[in-house]
Design a protein around this ligand. Structure first.
Ligand SMILES: [Zn+2]
Length: 322
């Protein structure tokens, strides 16, 4: 194989690390998913190295053909220095992961927080269908976040925390949140919160419920407690979508994450809530349109493709590590 320019995207999670190898036209040449070993930084680096090599082997390519590497990493990421902080799932307090990967592969490396990397992936995905400029990628899973791409550029905010809407306070004296406050959005609409609300009202159902998808399925089957919980959750999700639209005037709110994998069962009750809001207000009728929602397909991984776009510098990225 001749020395084509290849790009690697890595989505580094606490339990698994996924990698993609693509060429300049985004043709997929190799992919790998490995368990993340991260009891110390050397082990983490070894995991990333193995993942990259697995994609190279599949493509019959060499490390010298890699042009650059993009990484989505949990925790606080400083794109300018490549330093990762407070990535508790990776046992990293403060670690220069960008420079470490750069020196391992002798290529530029671009890092971003995984939620923001996913916003880049979602943005490029939607742009293949429509020429959008301003979107929020609203991820509803174990955690809740809304990565923002405004006027074609990733928006990080002053502390790199823009879009951490899981910790917006929505309920006085609500449930305790892992951030230390009470009544955060995450304590109502996250996957574990949906399961908790259902089991609180229906404790004998514990053996039937593993994750939020089970509550959505029961609601779809007409279970009255599940329906009540999903209605409550959907009211808050519709309001979160309303905040994103009213605050940033986004063209699309792209919905993803584990909870959104319930598909139409997840979206339909949100659409009903938006319709109810439109009925009450001409402003809502103008802005809260169903077509502003885009449910991402379960087989598209925005975090991983976002890392590829980071490698290719497809959305504003601030720094290079060599
Ligand atoms: Zn919180």
């Amino acid at each position: 194989m001749q020395a084509a320019q290849l790009f690697v995207g890595l989505d580094v999670g606490g339990t698994k690390t996924a990698a993609l190898l693509v060429d300049g036209n985004n043709n997929l040449l190799g992919q790998a998913t490995l368990p993340t070993h991260a009891t110390n930084p050397d082990e983490l680096l070894a995991t990333l190295t193995r993942a990259v090599h697995a994609t190279l082997t599949e493509a019959d390519a060499t490390p010298q053909q890699i042009e650059s590497i993009g990484l989505g990493v949990p925790g606080q990421v400083e794109p300018a220095t490549g330093i990762v902080q407070l990535a508790v799932n990776l046992n990293l307090q403060t670690y220069p992961l960008g420079p470490a990967v750069s020196s391992r592969f002798k290529v530029p490396t671009f890092l971003e927080n995984d939620g923001r990397a996913a916003a880049i992936g979602a943005f490029n995905h939607v742009r293949q269908m429509e020429p959008v400029q301003t979107i929020a990628y609203f991820s509803i899973g174990t955690g809740i976040s809304a990565g923002l791409v405004l006027n074609g550029r990733l928006y990080r905010g002053y502390n790199g925390m823009a879009g951490e809407i899981g910790h917006i306070l929505v309920e006085m004296d609500g449930e305790p949140c892992k951030c230390g406050l009470r009544g955060c959005l995450e304590t109502i609409v996250s996957g574990p919160a949906i399961v908790r609300q259902f089991l609180t009202a229906n404790p004998q159902a514990e053996s039937q419920i593993q994750h939020a998808g089970d509550v959505y399925r029961l609601a779809g089957d007409g279970h009255p407690v599940a329906q009540k919980v999903i209605r409550h959750v959907s009211q808050y999700l519709a309001r979160a979508i309303q905040w994103l639209i009213m605050t940033y005037d986004v063209e699309k709110v792209v919905l993803g994450g584990g909870v959104a994998r319930s598909g139409q069962r997840f979206v339909e009750p949100i659409l009903r809530e938006l319709a109810a809001l439109r009925q009450q207000s001409s402003l809502a009728a103008k802005l809260l349109l169903d077509e502003k929602l885009h449910l991402i397909s379960p087989d598209f991984n925005p975090g991983l493709w976002g890392a590829v776009q980071l490698a290719k510098q497809n959305v504003l990225v601030e720094a290079v590590h060599m």
